[in-house]
Design a protein around this ligand. Structure first.
Ligand code: SF4
Length: 443
């Protein structure tokens, strides 16, 4: 019983993929993975490492307590097809930094407790693509990443200047990032980097230096995304910083474009990419589709607008010329994407007769009006700013306004709550041009 309890905290199987090795062996949800090749499975990294073989011995404890010893022959890289109740198998590791720009420190009080959890767990980087600072890792743990060849890894670098990184992350261990990345390069691991840019802290000359250092690690360091710091109205007693204004954003873009041209000439890749926010803030024309080189940093908001518009154009072209839809929709967006969505609206309405779209930019009163992205708009701001709407067939919102795989906004209001208040249907749509145009096909 005691043994079972230990397992219940750790590697209980939650899901078995249909047709997988585990499915064929009749492993079921609720079973416990006890060991692989006689070794306990400490965490997801161990698991991935231990199953990477053509022959493995797996011990499973069935729900009734029976122990199965299974001998499995498989392709080297083939997965067993099981998912665990706790995807990490172990507890998520929290961060040891106190970054001057941390968004979690700027959250309003009384939000859902899980939102205040600061994770900085390299295992989540491999599993879910989270960006990690690597400041809470021992040398042994770095060795393990290298030995297990875990890659790609997403790293929040911010700066390669050791003193500045210590200051920005408020962590005396933060200065060692470059030597760690160098070790990853020697081991041929792939790394994608992120820089949260803070005006007058790590921009200008410091940004140039960081890009220069990181480019020396190419192709191991594959790409760098530069995103502007987000500043909410809850910064009392925190480091004094301000968001980028239009002029400063223009300077950032010229610096990045200059560096891109240099890298393109010497390395054959633009290597560094500015997030969409910089383009939206300056009303500067977005780079071409090709200039995003495969959109490796979409999660960082790099190229989302371009890929969305590209898909919209493709889908509109496929629609043909005789399309009509007698409907009226509101598109709710953050203030940053207003002009962009107006452009999308215009081309869509031009193609689909009688379709009436109206883009409304929602000001972010919940976090403060300096927050302009759609993904941080809350239900209460939608209600207060769209109350009284009449004669519309629905309000289209990007799914990024909702918590992952749910219908809940950041302030815990649900789609139903908003529909009940506004008496209008809410239509969440993925940030995909194809899905957006599909809305008007299906209606
Ligand atoms: S690493 Fe920095 S920004 Fe990320 S959660 Fe920790 S303190 Fe916040």
């Amino acid at each position: 019983m005691e043994l079972r309890n230990i397992h219940e905290n750790r590697n209980i199987i939650e899901k078995v993929v249909e047709g997988s090795i585990a499915d064929e062996l009749e492993i079921e949800p609720g079973d416990v993975l006890v060991s692989i090749n006689g070794s306990n499975v400490k965490d997801i990294i161990d698991y991935k490492f231990l199953i990477s073989d053509e022959y493995i011995e797996v011990e499973i404890e069935k729900k009734d307590g029976e122990i199965w010893e299974l001998e499995i022959e498989k392709e080297f890289d083939e997965d067993l097809g099981i998912e665990f109740t706790n995807p990490l198998i172990d507890k998520a590791r929290s961060c040891r930094n106190k970054c001057i720009f941390c968004f979690i420190d700027q959250l309003p009080p009384n939000m859902r407790e899980t939102l205040y959890f600061k994770d900085d767990d390299s295992r989540l980087s491999f599993l879910q693509g989270n960006f990690v600072t690597l400041t809470n890792m021992t040398d042994e743990e770095i060795d393990r990443i290298i030995a297990y060849r875990l890659s790609p890894i997403n790293v929040s670098v911010h700066t390669t200047n050791p003193d500045l990184r210590v200051k920005m992350l408020n962590n005396k261990n933060a200065g060692k990032i470059f030597p760690i990345l160098k070790r990853f390069k020697e081991a041929n691991l792939t790394v994608n980097c992120q820089i949260v840019l803070v005006p007058r802290v790590n921009d200008g000359k410091e940004l140039e230096r960081t890009l220069e250092d990181l480019s020396s690690l190419y192709p191991s360091v594959k790409s760098v995304a530069v995103v502007p710091v987000g500043v909410t109205k809850y910064r009392e007693k925190l480091y004094k910083l301000k968001p980028f204004n239009k002029e400063e954003s223009k300077e950032v873009l010229s610096l990045i474009e200059r560096e891109q041209n240099k890298f393109l000439e010497h390395m054959g890749t633009r290597f560094v990419f500015a997030s969409d926010e910089f383009y939206a803030m300056t009303n500067k024309k977005l780079p071409s589709y090709e200039a995003y080189e495969g959109f490796t940093q979409l999660e960082n908001g790099v190229g989302l607008m371009k890929s969305f518009e590209y898909e919209v154009d493709m889908e509109l072209e496929k629609l043909g010329n005789n399309v009509e839809l007698n409907k009226k929709y509101i598109i709710a967006t953050g203030t940053l994407a207003k002009d962009f969505m107006d452009r999308i609206k215009d081309k869509t309405m031009k193609k689909i007769r009688n379709l009436n779209l109206n883009v409304i930019a929602i000001e972010n009163d919940f976090f403060g009006r300096t927050i302009t992205v759609s993904g941080l708009i809350t239900g209460q701001d939608i209600i207060s700013q769209l109350e009284g709407l009449k004669n519309v067939d629905g309000i289209i919102i990007p799914k990024s306004m909702l918590r992952k795989d749910s219908d809940v906004f950041l302030d815990d209001l649900t789609i139903k709550d908003i529909e009940n208040r506004l008496m209008v249907k809410i239509i969440p749509v993925e940030v995909s041009g194809k899905k957006f145009i599909n809305l008007f096909r299906k209606s």
